[in-house]
Design a protein around this ligand. Sequence first.
Ligand code: TXA
Ligand code: MG
Length: 334
Amino acid sequence: MRGGERICRVTVHTHDVEKAADVLRSGGLVALPTETVYGLGADAENPAAVARIFQVKGRPSSHPLIVHIGGAEQLDQWVEEVPATARLLAERFWPGPLTLVLRRGHRVPLEATGGLDTVAVRVPDHPVALALLSAFGGGVTAPSANRFGQISPTAADHVHAELGDAVDFVLDGGPCTVGVESTIVDVSGDAPTILRPGGVTREDLEAALGRRLEVPETSSTRVPGQHPSHYAPRARVVLVEPAKVVVEAESVRELGHKVGVLLPASLAGTPVEAHAVVAVPDSPTAYARALFGFLRDLDQEGCDVIVASLPDEEGLGLAIANRLRRAAGPRGSL
Ligand code: TXA
Ligand code: MG
């Protein structure tokens, strides 16, 4: 049984950061660490470089990207206007796992926004990403560095395994500390709306704003994280009540499947007959950090079915449950 956290420090040398900035300047692609997941970065103002991102990911070019910038004070350069709500959230949560959707400024090419008049912007909270943004000087559009619909990478190894030579340079900043993507809040309209739950909790956003926030069940298909199937391992994911995980795993096994189990913390130590068992950490922070790695590991071990349950949907549990539901969503609907 495995589980828990893997944290180590990786030293990135200044010359690597300089080299990565040069790659961006020449229109290349750089995989960069952030606190959430690894991103596949390009110069936000270079439409040809942005087009390569879509090609490498196999992502439809109508799906908008996030522009990463080096500090909240740069926000005005990228958007038409900054409403008071956006300013407040940027000052409170940046650098950090929060993406703000605002009206697009002229500096952002339509290629980066999938043709939309809004743009998603964030300041990542990772020293290597911030060093790169500072050395480069501009904005870096970066979706998660995985193929479209697959599991987001939370370590440099995942990027190498999935994208290989398609990336010009990979900056290794160690394992991501948050582990799920940023929370996306649309502040371009009258009422701020959470488009995707993520690393900043709904509770923290509501406390900062002093109001309740909507989390729409379904949203525009322009938001791929909102497709029914996304963040998906190869194995089929089956979600059941925590108390039924062991019974379900064993009956799926009896049908001849190689079953992987995400064993809820409430069942820690319970014996289960399965191909691979991962003990889910009790703390939502540790679970979020490890979730995508667990799914990757179970795929790697040859599981064809993963049995799991949803955590309580409060705090980071909301983002974890969202990713698990989408991993379990109907396939072939992308
Ligand atoms: O944590 C993260 O957000 C990571 C790291 C690399 O920063 N990035 C990430 O990017 O998750 P990606 O492309 O996998 O997801 C970005 C999400 C998509 O669901 C996209 O549709 C949404 O942001 N998005 C981007 N621009 C938007 C816009 N103008 N309006 C609504 N949604 C937008
Ligand atoms: Mg993604």
